[in-house]
Design a protein around this ligand. Structure first.
Ligand SMILES: [Zn+2]
Length: 300
């Protein structure tokens, strides 16, 4: 399930790790209104602060579920600090603590063979990590970008997995682009090839949610995930052409003003409509829940 394997710009990695781990700077109290793409913020500096920079970070609560060596802890923190930097560039700072549960993976031939979110009292991600892999290999992996993206919208129920998994799968590529491990062209190509790849699986007269549910029952998770991606791909395309903004810009607003619990795709789309002063998201969702799935894959 690894989607990419390419080296990250070494300078970017070193600089980011240095800024995130080395400065010990405090977060700006009104940072949420100041965040733009890129999280290392230039602020007016007093003479005594001349060499310092403000770095916005999510507030992470660490839970070490197994025994890890000091070097392993350092590597995991370096990895997730870089991902958090890209997450903030994509969504802004989350308005809640983010709980990371770190487990040692018992098997699996990748850095993070298993991970999932948990949305009870806390907004949490459980990572099962294989420490046989290097920091670079962790950074090239997509799992953390995917799981932490889930937290930017509320849990919408297992029955809406096409929506939540489509969302996290679409957004993981956006996060990876800002992280610098995928170029804009690579992201576009990936969407095109994956969406045309699952076109066949959605040649159904059932609406997308029901067609996706059948794919899930048949263990065809990649088609289910990427079928859901089509919704967010189309939403982004409509936003770009109709309001001159991308989905990520709308999400920045959403996370800042309206990220709440106990929601549904309908409620989330209504909120996005409020933010954009349009009915784009609700109309697209209505079409996804009523029209035959095959109609939505004609363009791929
Ligand atoms: Zn997911």
């Amino acid at each position: 399930m690894r989607y990419i394997r390419r080296s990250m710009n070494h300078y970017l990695l070193v600089a980011t790790v240095f800024l995130l781990l080395g400065t010990g700077c405090q977060e700006s109290s009104n940072s949420s209104t100041e965040i733009k793409k890129g999280t290392t913020l230039s602020v007016p500096l007093s003479e005594t602060q001349a060499s310092k920079q403000m770095v916005v970070k999510n507030h992470i609560v660490w839970h070490w579920e197994n025994r890890f060596e000091k070097e392993e802890v350092y590597q995991i923190k370096q990895w997730l600090a870089v991902i958090d930097n890209a997450i903030i560039s994509t969504y802004g700072k989350y308005p809640f603590d983010v709980h990371f549960y770190i487990h040692r993976a018992k098997s699996g031939n990748e850095p993070v063979p298993w991970a999932h979110t948990s949305r009870g009292k806390n907004q949490s991600v459980h990572f099962h990590v294989n420490m046989d892999y290097s920091l670079q290999e962790f950074l090239d992996d997509w799992t953390a970008q995917h799981e932490i993206s889930h937290l930017s919208i509320p849990f919408v129920g297992k029955e809406n997995a096409w929506f939540s998994e489509g969302y996290a799968t679409y957004m993981q590529c956006q996060v990876m682009e800002l992280q610098g491990v995928m170029s804009s062209d690579e992201v576009k190509e990936k969407y095109q090839s994956k969406l045309s790849g699952c076109k066949k699986a959605f040649q159904s007269n059932l609406p997308v949610p029901q067609a996706a549910d059948s794919l899930k029952k048949a263990w065809n998770y990649p088609a289910m995930y990427w079928g859901g991606v089509s919704f967010f791909w189309k939403l982004n395309k409509s936003y770009e052409s109709e309001i001159g903004k991308g989905l990520s810009e709308v999400l920045m607003e959403y996370v800042k003003c309206c990220r709440v619990n106990d929601s549904s795709p309908e409620k989330i789309c209504l909120k996005w409509d409020e933010i954009t002063h349009t009915t784009i998201a609700s109309k697209l969702l209505e079409s996804y829940t009523q029209d035959p799935a095959r109609k939505h894959f004609e363009e791929f």
